[in-house]
Design a protein around this ligand. Sequence first.
Ligand SMILES: O=P(O)(O)OC[C@H]1O[C@](O)(COP(=O)(O)O)[C@@H](O)[C@@H]1O
Ligand SMILES: [Mg+2]
Ligand SMILES: [Mg+2]
Length: 362
Amino acid sequence: MFNLDRSTLTEYLIEHRRRTPEATGEFNALILQIAQACKAISRAVAHGALADVLGSHGSANVQGEEQKKLDVLADEIFLRATHWGGDLAGMVSEENEAPIPLPASDQRGKYLLAFDPLDGSSNIDVNVAVGSIFSILRAPTPGEDATAADFLQPGRRQVAAGYAIYGPSTMLVLSVGNGVAGFTLDPIIGEFYLTHPGIRVPQTTREFAINASNARFWEPPVRRYVDECLAGRSGPRGVDFNMRWIASLVAETHRILMRGGVFLYPRDRKDPARPGRLRLLYECNPIGFLIEQAGGRASTGVRPTLEVRPESLHQRIGFVFGSREEVERIERYHHEPVIGSVQDELPLFHARSLFRDTEFAQ
Ligand SMILES: O=P(O)(O)OC[C@H]1O[C@](O)(COP(=O)(O)O)[C@@H](O)[C@@H]1O
Ligand SMILES: [Mg+2]
Ligand SMILES: [Mg+2]
């Protein structure tokens, strides 16, 4: 059952360092600190009610969202595990408005860390998979405290990115810029082992994921895409599609990395002040980096996510990613003039579509 030949995460990182002669070891130290944080969060998640980590913390974060106990705990765990290491010049977290001050006595390093300590918070209390997401950038002025502006770099400049998924097993999925590798935690030994080398996203798929409760706010290209998927074999796509919605970005990403698919949390018209739901710096950019490294495509719906120049730390943006062919199709729909949708062609969709509304009917 156990394969003793598997590399540990540490061995994988040492191997990577051998191929990077100028590496000092700071980068590996940082990744291992993050992995340590993920192990501690995994333990808290696994203990659930036994560790009194379910339920609301009774506070709101900078974005006005209710904080769960586990959001706050995971944030603290990330801070403790990483901010004494001396390899960081700054940190940004979903749960903190400004960059988190590093300890005064500590040296400043050359990396910036942006993270979502607990992703999929609405799933904590219902015992569904949640995760942590992280993005690593180079500090423009190594050795000095980073400013908020230092973090506003396009995702293409990420040095590494990854997530931990706390599911039936805990995994760390990582890219240091040469593909994507998945490591599974042995919870007894407390070690991540390389179990999924060279992860690739299948180019084609027949499975999509979108929060359909927002259908009335979708823009026409998204409506067209989803309507065509729903029309299945008798529609313009000529095949039946399957649908998933977990409401944990990490879990959706993991499914897509494992078996393909396309995920959409598009820009919509729900709230003009919030063009999209997901946050660019610590959700879309790291996931986009992993998806591109695995041969898939990550997009705003119009252009590659990793090309966007961020404007603020907690900026939200439309996000579409997954199997390349589907993402390219969605981008094409955004660039094409709006023409009649499948709704106009199929009588069923006129009066009774699940996603029917009048406001944006074409
Ligand atoms: O509640 P919705 O609309 O289904 O949104 C789900 C999305 O919100 C998120 O939970 C946001 O992340 P946080 O839990 O870190 O705030 C994503 O993981 C997920 O894709
Ligand atoms: Mg999140
Ligand atoms: Mg979160």
